[in-house]
Design a binder for this molecule. Structure first.
Ligand code: PEP
Ligand code: MN
Length: 337
């Protein structure tokens, strides 16, 4: 339930509503809006009796929330959330491009790719230092050395950096170096990791689980917001289906559905959806046409020798072309919508 205050409600009236909500054993979560404050009522089992709050001074209306997710939903907050990552912003009418290798392999590799993606117009650099690999024998990432290389990339290029956190043990370390912390598909429902991300001061990139419904994904984001961190970007990266021509199947309809249901930005990862380089351009264009707030694309200058995901990594020239295409598509869309 949401208690919407009058535009000119005083702080004392707001405080009185919070006290009333808490006196019933619920949690009150003030949500500042552009014009007025609303107070979310959380931790209620079953419906809350409206009349308890609608008669209080300064209350405009009491709205029942029908969805299982609350803080991430548009019922609680109608305006788009804008997430800041270093100097870059994600959300609303922007198209923010994140790019880089699947994994940080060496300082030279990371700086070379960072130079290319920055020149093409990417605003944020990606690169895994801790990699979730199907096989324990595959390259697992450089660990803290990889994080140090990411810090070097930021220092050299000015790009913000996003990197994946795999577990609770390394959360503090990853958080120290990263501008944005990524929770990967395999960890989307790792609830202790989500709670830890909720206590973080860093923005979070939450990828969709490979067989998660949109509701499950939004509930995973709810854990992070419930913990106090509202800087969350959702990332559609394809779901597992029966097809063999691509690694996953990009669920493009998730973009409009998430945008309708949630105020959080949604970006698309065409690389993990496709699994093959030759599909990445088309999926990127489709994502921008569907009004995703951004893309996260794997790029490698020597994909044949990449230590992970070379087959889906674009060459720098291909990425440059992709950026030019999607930027002009996006421009056309914002002018005509
Ligand atoms: C990645 O971004 O490199 C990655 C492992 O992605 P996902 O969690 O979507 O598989
Ligand atoms: Mn990858």
């Amino acid at each position: 339930m949401l208690v919407v205050m009058n535009k000119n409600a005083t702080q004392a009236e707001i405080d009185a509503v919070i006290t009333a909500v808490e006196s019933h054993g619920y949690t009150a979560r003030p949500i500042p809006g552009g014009e007025r404050v609303s107070i979310g009522v959380l931790n209620n089992e079953g419906a809350v009796d409206h009349s308890r709050f609608s008669a209080l001074s300064g209350v405009k209306e009491v709205i029942p929330v029908t969805k299982p997710y609350k803080l991430v939903g548009r019922e609680f907050k109608s305006e788009d959330t804008i997430v800041r990552v270093g100097d870059a912003l994600i959300g609303n009418s922007r198209l923010t491009i994140i790019a880089g290798p699947c994994a940080v392999e060496s300082e030279t590799q990371a700086l070379t790719i960072a130079g290319h993606v920055k020149a093409a117009g990417a605003q944020i650099f990606r690169g895994g230092a801790f990699k979730p690999r199907t096989s324990p024998y595959s390259f697992q990432g450089l660990g803290e050395d990889g994080l140090k290389i990411l810090a070097k990339v930021r220092e050299t290029t000015g790009l913000a950096v996003v990197t994946e956190v795999l577990d609770l043990e390394t959360f503090d370390l990853v958080e120290k170096y990263a501008d944005m912390v990524q929770i990967g598909a395999r960890n989307m429902q790792n609830f202790s990791l989500l709670r830890r991300a909720g206590r973080s001061k860093k923005p979070v990139l939450l990828k969709r689980g490979m067989s998660a419904t949109v509701d499950e994904w939004l509930m995973a984001a709810e854990y992070i917001l419930e913990g106090g961190n509202d800087q969350v970007v959702l990332c559609e990266r394809g779901v597992r289906t029966f097809v063999r021509h691509s690694r996953n199947t990009l669920d493009i309809s998730a973009v409009p559905v998430v945008s309708r249901e949630s105020h959080l930005p949604i970006i698309v990862d065409p690389s993990h959806a496709a699994g093959y380089r030759d599909q990445v351009m088309a999926l990127s264009r489709a994502s921008v046409a569907a009004q995703a707030h951004g893309l996260i694309v794997e790029v490698h200058h020597d994909p044949g020798n990449a230590l992970s995901d070379g087959a889906q990594s674009l060459l720098p020239d291909q990425f440059k072309k992709l950026c030019a295409q999607v930027r002009s598509m996006h421009q056309m869309l914002i002018e005509t919508l």
